[in-house]
Design a binder for this molecule. Structure first.
Ligand code: PYC
Length: 310
């Protein structure tokens, strides 16, 4: 199986360019369900130790059903599928450029939650025009064990997010273990209180937000992903959800720049245009770098061929 690895603002993506499972044809959302249900061993083997680690997001290239798209892609992490993934889409654009499949310009990519587009600026920078993003619930009050009251919004940016108004702890690199623990407690409190996204969608990403640390930037975050790893990047879908909330609160105008910092100080530049259904269409710009081209080997005698799993 051949893969190309990238990182986008520090967050890794492994794009499977050859040798992945065949998922048949039909709508991408159905093929994504097939991947999760019938090939979870493949997903874990590709991502987990000893070949990877729990923060790696997989991008399986599949034929698009929309002929205008340069490729279809299904994103997954060790816990299951991701609807959309901002950092991985930037990583995918840089990978396709590295492979010579796309040149600087505008390209469409099909994901299970809709068609997104990328503007490839050069061999390391791309802008993703995301799916329509919107706030579903405002000022939700949660009683979180050992922390107390936390207020936040539930918003969609291609995945479901709970975005806190403030962070109970400074958003410092040295606090990552504690921030992870707090975010997991928030996730449990959401489940215990039956709080979901639209149509019962599971809120599987928690975004702690706070003020920027560095001049010229506008906000900072810590994002817990499904499975328990934190996002090294500012999270493309998470910042899309953030921008949707800022727009609805009248704090960010269309086409105005928002620079979002991650917990490791990497940044994305964001702006939006109004959406068709009352939300916003965010554009997320970031940089990605190719870190490896590899052939993954699966030795049938290897007891950890399927990855180290709990
Ligand atoms: O960039 O959207 C994103 C993302 C989701 C999970 C990890 N990264």
């Amino acid at each position: 199986m051949r893969v190309i690895d990238t990182h986008t603002a520090g967050e890794p993506t492994r794009t499977i360019i050859e040798g992945g499972p065949s998922l048949g044809d039909g709508p991408l959302a159905e093929r994504a369900v097939r991947l999760e249900k019938e090939h979870s061993d493949f997903c874990k083997a590709v991502l987990l130790e000893p070949r990877g680690h729990d923060a790696v997001v997989g991008a399986l290239l599949v034929p698009p059903s929309d002929p205008d798209c340069v490729t279809g892609v299904i994103y997954f992490n060790p816990a299951g599928n991701l609807g959309m993934c901002g950092h991985a889409t930037i990583g995918l654009a840089i990978t396709l450029a590295h492979m010579g499949r796309i040149k600087p310009g505008h390209h469409k990519i099909e994901t299970p939650v809709g068609v997104v587009s990328v503007d490839l600026h050069d061999m390391n920078e791309a802008s993703v025009v995301n799916v329509e993003s919107y706030r579903h619930l405002k000022d939700v009050e949660l009683d979180v064990e050992a922390i107390g009251k936390i207020t936040g919004d539930v918003a969609w940016g291609g995945n479901w997010f709970f975005l806190t108004k403030d962070s109970p702890l400074p958003l410092d690199f040295g606090n990552i273990v504690e921030l992870t623990r707090i975010s997991n407690q928030i996730r449990s409190a959401l489940v215990a209180n039956g709080i979901t996204g639209k149509d019962g969608g599971e809120i599987d990403h928690i975004e702690l937000t706070g003020p920027a640390k560095h001049a010229g930037n506008h906000g900072r975050n810590f994002v817990l992903c499904p499975g328990g790893a934190y996002d090294r990047s500012p999270c493309g879908t998470g910042t899309s959800a953030k921008v949707a909330c800022l727009a609805e609160d009248g704090k960010l105008a269309a086409d105005e720049l928002w620079v979002q910092e991650s917990i490791i100080d990497s940044t994305y530049q964001l702006s939006y245009t109004p959406g068709r259904d009352g939300g916003v269409i965010p554009t997320v710009t970031g940089k990605a770098y190719v870190t490896a081209e590899a052939t993954l080997l699966f030795d049938p005698n290897d007891p950890y061929a399927k990855g180290i799993q709990a």
